[in-house]
Design a protein around this ligand. Structure first.
Ligand SMILES: [Zn+2]
Length: 145
């Protein structure tokens, strides 16, 4: 093994990582054209390098998938929490509004009452109960994982 072989072997990792200068690249390429042992060394290193890169890429994709999955779950739980608290607030607000607005009799004898608020309160109560149940189930599923 001569001196340039030593240099080439030192340069191989940098060459594969694409971080050496153009001149060094050319030097490695020209050298392996006529040096079988360095050519072999380069191809062996390349296989190792490729498998390492491939593995870390796969691991990265897996990690990203896990994070995306967790985010998606957190998002759906946050969404259910939003529905739960909004409808809970509306359930409480409707009867209060009903009492504040009250009822009045118009001059022509027509009774005006904010009746719609009563069924709305029940509707929001139903939504609160359903979203509360879904939220409890989702939270339990998540804590079991
Ligand atoms: Zn060589």
């Amino acid at each position: 093994m001569n001196k340039s072989c030593d240099i080439v072997r030192d340069l191989i990792p940098l060459y594969l990582d694409n971080v050496c200068s153009q001149e060094s690249r050319r030097f490695v390429e020209e050298h392996v054209e006529h040096c079988e042992s360095c050519k072999k060394e380069l191809s062996e290193n390349r296989i190792e390098f490729d498998s390492m890169t491939f593995k870390s890429d796969k691991e990265e994709v897996e990690t990203m998938k896990k994070i995306a999955h967790k985010w998606k779950k957190d998002k759906s739980i946050s969404f259910m929490k939003g529905i739960f608290f909004t409808s809970l607030l509306a359930t409480v607000a409707c009867p209060i509004l009903y009492n504040i607005i009250g009822s009045k009799v118009l001059e022509d004898g027509m009774l005006v009452e904010p009746f719609a608020l009563i069924p709305l309160a029940y509707l929001f109560l139903l939504i609160t109960i359903i979203s509360g149940i879904i939220l409890a189930i989702k939270s339990r599923i998540r804590s079991n994982q």
